[in-house]
Design a protein around this ligand. Structure first.
Ligand code: C5P
Length: 230
């Protein structure tokens, strides 16, 4: 069964906590850079105090010692999972993984879903990039550096699972029901498809956050994610 992580993509901490109050049974939430910048660690403490697991998605990409200190700070706050950019390199990822220890699972962001092959190629100075191959290559770097897993799009889940084997975490945004608008996500899949391909954590934002009845929408994603395992 894949876990469903609700992305708290709301303007402030009060709205984040109000949303959580409307989602009975929510086990995981994602705190991203917008709400973290506005509200800081107090929001994370409040969520952890409610026994909710926090995925802190700040996509760190810095020198190894700085990333290690940031990961240690997140671990002390009670964060359960956090992100670094694989582009930060093996030493940075290894330092972050060591700082996370057993309590914080650190996962590597591979290729941002906002990139296409041309824009990614420009960013890394190559003209011949196959994004699927690139994600699988970066997943290998993640594994060698000792991270717990990766963030990737629904399109790459099956190949990443084959590359990493069982046990690795695969966190997948871009999850939609068939009736949902994709919005600005290009590479989307249903919860059942992503979980069936090997995802362990499904990140859902707007289809729950902007639903007229967020609790009903959340339940639908949970049921779909669970069905995929049976
Ligand atoms: O609203 P939606 O379901 O598209 O939200 C997906 C969430 O996952 C957003 O918070 C977005 O920032 C995040 N995310 C993503 N693609 C990534 C990493 C994170 O969409 N590669």
């Amino acid at each position: 069964m894949a876990e469903v992580i609700v992305a708290l993509d709301v303007p402030n901490g009060a709205a984040a906590l109000a949303l959580v109050d409307r989602l009975p049974g929510v086990r995981w939430v994602k705190v991203g850079s917008v709400v973290m910048t506005r509200e800081g660690p107090e929001l994370v403490r409040e969520l952890v105090g409610r026994s909710i697991r926090v995925f802190l998605d700040l996509k760190w990409h810095d020198i190894p010692s700085t990333v290690a200190e940031a990961v240690a700070g997140a671990r002390e706050l009670g964060v359960a999972m956090a992100t670094v950019h694989t582009a930060g390199g093996a030493a940075m990822m290894a330092a972050g993984a060591a700082a996370g220890g057993k309590d914080l699972a650190l996962v590597g962001v591979t290729v941002l879903t906002s990139h296409d092959a041309a824009s990614y190629g420009r960013a890394v100075g190559r003209s011949d990039v196959d994004l699927g191959e690139e994600v699988v290559r970066l997943a290998g770097e993640v594994s060698r550096a000792g991270l717990a897993g990766v963030v990737c799009s629904p399109r790459e889940v099956a190949r990443v699972r084959a590359r990493l084997g069982p046990g690795a975490l695969i966190v997948v945004p871009g999850i939609r029901r068939r009736s949902d608008a994709a919005g600005d996500q290009v590479r989307v899949a249903t919860a059942a498809e992503a979980a069936g391909a090997g995802a362990t954590h499904l990140v859902v934002g707007r289809p729950v956050v902007q639903a007229a009845d967020p609790a009903a929408a959340f339940r639908e994603f949970l049921e779909e994610a669970q069905c995929a395992a049976s």
